[in-house]
Design a protein around this ligand. Sequence first.
Ligand code: ZN
Length: 246
Amino acid sequence: MSTVRVSNVIFSNKQLKPYSTSAVMWVVEHPIIAIKNWPQRSRGMTTVVKSTGCWKCGNLLNGDKELFFCGCGVIQPPSREINYFELMDIETNFEVDAKQLHNKFRRLQSFLHPDKFTLKSKQEKEFSEEQSSLVNKAFNTLQKPLSRGLYMLKLHGFSIEGENHMDSEFLMDMMELNESVEDANTLKALKTIVQANAIIMSDIFQQLSAAFEERQFESAKMLLKKAKYYASVDEKIKEKQSIFLT
Ligand code: ZN
């Protein structure tokens, strides 16, 4: 892998215009995103991106190498076929390196953010807004384990929508937990509950990671339902904390 190969792709294009420097720079700074071999995309959970033409110059785009910009330097509309993990160029895996994800997010936004397109055409501005908001959405979804887990479940064709059945023991635990939140009358008491919840959720997410690894999607569903309950308790605590703080 070398940036030279990418540069060749870009510079061999006769339609290269002076303003395409940003695209060239983008490719040079993102060799991993840019040079990922297209056929390799079909492995595992990944999707094969169809090659379409650049809306501006008409050249056939390589779905992977030219995911955001055509070789002519012009921003493209977001691909509807890739998943959030692919968009952020990270492994489609429940275990995510938070720092790496954040870095990818910042780098992508440094090229796609509408602020970079103030002098470009209306169409380019629109595509930058679409790309940028898609990257935001992908980042927000993948950043938190609950939304990431729900998204992964969806990628595997499962959902917890409309599935409300929980075992009675768990529901009893939740009732007790909700009561303890209602009874907590100090910030310290709330903080103690938050800390206890964090430990339980961390355990749930560890089990969830193993469930995805072993493709046990029914277990993953049950764990995500539990995590959702704990997340809603956390929300309640946050609301209560904000009342104490005002
Ligand atoms: Zn083009």
